[in-house]
Design a protein around this ligand. Sequence first.
Ligand code: ATP
Length: 251
Amino acid sequence: MKKILEIKDLIKSFGRKGYESRVLRGISMDIYEKDFIAIMGPSGAGKSTLLNLLSTLDKPTGGQIVLDGEDVTKAGNKRLSLIRRDKIGFIFQDYNLLDNMTLQDNIALPLSLNGEKSQVVLEKVRHMSRLFQLEAHLNKYPYQLSGGQKQRGASARALITEPKIIFADEPTGALDSRSSRELLSSLRTANDSGQATILMVTHDAYTASYAKQVYFLADGLIQCRLNKKGDRKQFYEEILELLVSMGGVGE
Ligand SMILES: Nc1ncnc2c1ncn2[C@@H]1O[C@H](COP(=O)(O)OP(=O)(O)OP(=O)(O)O)[C@@H](O)[C@H]1O
């Protein structure tokens, strides 16, 4: 498998010199094509901070992030915006769809902005809307959609450019259990069929059980890693057991 992301001894501190608080104290991990990784950990552990660094939205205090062979910690702002456009997909907790556009136009947006031919755009939107079961909703505006439909739309938009990696920050945070299940099943299908390498942050064991690997972050370090061996239900039980053994990390 091809290595997509290489993280070496990543450090992040906040605050003025002399009064800094070190949130990440040396994180190293490798992410390969087709990985589906969940990052868990207690509130304030630095999960969102880590995601912001990996997705190039923030700069580390030290260490290296190599995305698709390029050290992004050395890239300037212009280069970073191209990297974000071409190589990274984002899914946020609060969807970030544009209110004055239909779902179809929202999903198509990254391709339209790149000046892609309309026939190609249409085919890709069709493919994504099948994957995320949104065919019946394409002409609706965000206010006419449920939270689950909005999040599946935001995910379709994140995947449509075929980015190297998708970053998701609490993607099920605002969803009920049925909508979470539908979203996660679609993401798993996309991952299984090789259409998405995913790194998501979640505090929820059920959501994490859809991933193939779970990393636990606490005290600024990766404390341990679980690999899925059996089915999802078994993985869910293992994650819960580990959370309990780590003192209720997550919930
Ligand atoms: N821009 C910032 N300036 C100063 N401190 C910050 C900043 N961003 C985050 N922090 C601090 O870094 C620590 C980690 O925050 P972060 O949001 O990454 O945690 P988290 O694990 O995602 O938590 P949660 O599960 O509650 O979302 C917290 O103590 C937070 O106050």
